[in-house]
Design a protein around this ligand. Structure first.
Ligand code: SF4
Length: 375
């Protein structure tokens, strides 16, 4: 079914009411929802292809992700996760000092589950630093690990012994930070402990001068330093105000994450045009469009860094790779949507937008028309 935008609009108004009353949609109603999701996604992907065509030196990492810039600067952590032995996430800090509208924990930042005093969560298990020799001697070593969860610099001194352990084991390590609490001293200590890669979420402070200077400090002592931030119109605008300063910090890469939403942060983006990628991640349409536009600019101007399209498609490929590394069955993936049900009300703005058109439309088959009773 290639549902028309007008039909989709009418149905989604009704579906939003049904969902609002606490009821689930029926099987045939879901067919209409899926047809609409497909129509939106096809148009969005068509636009992505047009934007990609504007990037003459677009490069691909084994068909799994796209980037521009020098191959040798492609982030090691991403290479490990997309083509290597996978990525092991380590959790420690359950607090953050700021509150970003795009945070997946927005609204719950002060009540994130603690990992436990003296403990680290690695692959779902809890360990002390003293357990690392045992773990590393029994289980297969990951090629790379990364420190995720909230803001590690809230208690960065606790990280040094763990980083030292993984460094001695020859494992590539990267860490994410909003950069506000970094300083010359703690960056040097991280470097001495053996951290390989530090990624600054520059969008968290909308490109604050202090964080830009901290990127500069980090680039002097940590081997690989880059930006990883969700692409939003605010970040895109602010980045351009400070572009020269940012590009002169000595950073090596910029991972442009396609913003995806969950129940926590969707409220901060209400009214935007959304799409779903293979019925999984749910994103504002502008996010990847901004990434591809920025990549075209980087390519045109030969920026001395890699600009990486960390899109929903990349996450899709990453998960297939991780499952393959775990000997999963053919087709197994955990990539999927983060909402219990597709929130129909959220798609009304895109369906009302006169500038967003479907590529091809057909009349609905009998049994699915608005005048039919569809359950
Ligand atoms: S800096 Fe990171 S953890 Fe903190 S609020 Fe922003 S996105 Fe969330």
């Amino acid at each position: 079914m290639k549902i028309s935008k007008t039909d989709a609009q009418k149905w989604f108004e009704l579906f939003a009411q049904i969902q609002d009353s606490g009821e689930d949609l029926g099987i045939h109603q879901m067919e209409i929802v899926y047809s609409t999701m497909s129509q939106i996604e096809e148009r969005v992907e068509h636009d992505h292809e047009e934007l990609k065509a504007q990037i003459p030196h677009l490069r691909s990492l084994n068909g799994r992700t796209l980037y521009v810039g020098p191959d040798e600067l492609f982030p090691r952590g991403c290479r490990g996760c997309l083509t290597g032995t996978g990525l092991t996430a380590i959790r420690k800090t359950n607090r953050c000092n700021i509150q970003c509208p795009f945070c997946y924990n927005y609204g719950e930042l002060d009540c994130q589950e603690p990992i436990g005093e003296g403990l680290w969560e690695i692959g779902g298990g809890k360990y002390r630093v003293e357990d690392m020799d045992l773990l590393l001697s029994i289980q297969r070593k990951p090629g790379s690990i990364c420190y995720v969860y909230l803001e590690p610099f809230m208690e960065i001194e606790k990280y040094y012994p763990m980083i030292r352990k993984f460094h001695d084991a020859g494992i590539h390590q990267h860490m994410y930070t909003n950069g506000t609490l970094a300083n010359e001293k703690n960056l040097k200590e991280l470097a001495e402990a053996g951290l390989d890669e530090l990624r600054f979420n520059l969008g968290a402070t909308n490109c604050s001068d202090k964080v830009i200077e901290n990127i500069r400090l980090a680039a002097k002592c940590i081997p690989y330093v880059g930006i990883e931030t969700p692409m939003t119109p605010d970040f895109y605008a602010q980045f351009h105000q400070k572009k020269e300063a940012i590009l002169s910090t000595g950073l090596q890469f910029m991972n442009c994450a396609e913003l995806h939403l969950n129940e926590n942060n969707i409220g901060n983006y209400e009214g935007e045009n959304f799409y779903m990628s293979r019925l999984g991640y749910f994103s504002p349409v502008w996010s990847r469009n901004l990434t591809l536009t920025l990549m075209a600019e980087a390519d045109r101007e030969s920026w001395p860094i890699v600009v990486h399209d960390c899109s929903n498609r990349t996450k899709f490929a990453r998960d297939l790779h991780l499952r393959a590394m775990e000997n999963g069955w053919f087709g197994s993936t955990t990539y999927g949507r983060e909402f219990d049900q597709i929130p129909c009300y959220a798609f009304l703005p895109i369906l009302y937008d006169p500038d967003f058109t479907f590529l091809e439309e057909e009349e609905l088959p009998k049994g699915f028309r608005f005048e039919d009773i569809v359950l």
